[in-house]
Design a protein around this ligand. Sequence first.
Ligand SMILES: C[S@@+](CC[C@H](N)C(=O)[O-])C[C@H]1O[C@@H](n2cnc3c(N)ncnc32)[C@H](O)[C@@H]1O
Length: 259
Amino acid sequence: MEANKETYSSKKVIAYYKKYESLQKPEESIFNLLKNKLSSMKMLDIGIGAGRTTIHFAPHVKEYIGVDYVAGMVDACKHKFSNKFPLSMFQIADARKLDQFIEHEFDFVLFSFNGIDYISPDERFLALQQINRVIKPEGYFCFSSHNIQSLENPAKFKLRLNLFALIKQIIVWQKVKKTNRQQFAVIKTSEFISINDGVHDFGLQTYYFRPIVQQKILHKAGFKNVRFFSLETGLEIDNENISISTSTDRWIYYLCQKV
Ligand SMILES: C[S@@+](CC[C@H](N)C(=O)[O-])C[C@H]1O[C@@H](n2cnc3c(N)ncnc32)[C@H](O)[C@@H]1O
């Protein structure tokens, strides 16, 4: 997956993430759930990009460390926040190898905006084990990941766009289907697939997981109390109103705790 790192390292992509500032709806829900605890938490924000989540979390937590495996992203954060949040730290780190952090160092780890989907499944498990290692028992881990079920019903996410954007997205979608024909042929029986979904000028290979499979992997990596949040509504998917196994949200936010 070194090609993904190359794409994230490009100036154009770094500039793209500099524009993002607001929290996504499920992140707002999770922020509100943890709000009362944040002031006593040491937080590790993995895959910070240009610091979209830093703006929201750094002022509220006891200690904040943001990391990314792309040096240009880390530099962008240092440049943007060294005066604003002088106590926050920004470092280069790869989620698969969090050696610079000790066991049980953090109360809360965040890996937002699907950063985990750019790692192969074996290495994803390694990253989850690394994250588990640095979290305190009962501490929280939150991340988002692409939902394979959204690809089984892709028309849904096209309807909200203006006409020009809609036409562009239909063209891109046709190319996505053509490029990933083999993966789409087995989608209904797959636990996860890796596709090039057109993002950043077809510069990324992205993993889409079945949420119940992701839940099992989290349990295996040492997490419990897995909760799911909808990208579209921001609300928790509680298995009573909408089942997680039929959700077609393009991506799902997961909140869980270390055993
Ligand atoms: C989709 S961007 C999101 C950036 C930022 N979190 C945001 O929400 O705007 C994903 C980020 O994850 C980083 N990333 C991907 N794989 C990583 C890994 N193995 N270790 C650390 N960072 C990683 C990328 O460099 C990129 O900055």
